[in-house]
Design a protein around this ligand. Sequence first.
Ligand code: PHE
Length: 345
Amino acid sequence: MSEEIFDRVKLVLGEIQSAQPSNAEELEVFRIKYLGSKNTIKPLFAEMRHIPNEQKKEFGQKLNELKQAAESKHQSVKDSLGTPQKSSAGPSIDMTVPAGDLNIGSRHPVSLVLNHMIEVFARIGFSVAEDREIEDDWHNFTAMNTPPHHPARDMQDTFYLKDSTSELLRTHTSSVQARMMTAHEPPIRIIAPGRVFRNETISARSHCQFHQVEGLYVDEGVSFADMKQTLLYFAKEMYGAETKIRLRPSYFPFTEPSAEMDVWLGTETTTAKKLTKGTGWLEVLGCGMIDPNVLDNCGIDSKLYSGYAFGIGIERSAMQKYNISDIRMLFENDNRFLSQFSSAF
Ligand code: PHE
């Protein structure tokens, strides 16, 4: 009986010695079989009670040998397979790799042109005045000699707020003229840059929002010739010393006489052709001598003072300067477009 048990121990020892786990999975099978909680060695310990007393010691030693054989086999195979990478360690980080480029923004082309205009006018004594985009009817229209039902209101299709007819998105920066003249005594010499809104169909040439720079000069004895000279100076600073301008008679309710100023771009480039509708002349601004009614509406004595005003569209100049043929690109905020502009005019 005890012989048989000794033989079983020998058999298991043989199995352990000849086992050749060749990968992690096979090693795990080995571990479970000989070292796991339900291993095949354990039941042999229970056989102890069938072993005669004088052999008990020897049997115990054999079983310990068996256990040690299994343990040392497991350890040596494990060592030879190498330690697998611990997945919890995560990817290794190389702290010496140089950092990627920072994405530094650039100025919007409208801002570039606007800032340049501010600088050009600052040189001849114009300071900057800014005011609200949400205006009331009086400052946007009535004070500017455009009473309710005046046909000129149709020229500028207005966005009214809610149901109110008195709160609106300003249709031009001329509203700042009224704000300035009601708040200050002449002499007044300002430019007012800002965003304006008109309910217009959006196309490559026009948008429902755009920017203007309003100019206003009120003093004693201001003449049309003063205005013309100022605008010629502006055109040369913006478009080059050789720039030609022309003033075409026009109509605005708040100026008398009124004119529109064009600059000669020619028809050589496709952008110039597109912007000038093939005429070579780019319409840059509206201007005129401030209508005496406007001065009086704003509390300035039209018998003592006169003045001129102008309103420059910024987008067209930006499009001409940077060869942009579609105004919509200026409002889409597409980084592929915007990142092409540097921070200098
Ligand atoms: N406000 C006019 C416009 O938006 C431009 C203008 C301003 C004309 C000042 C004359 C004087 O078209």
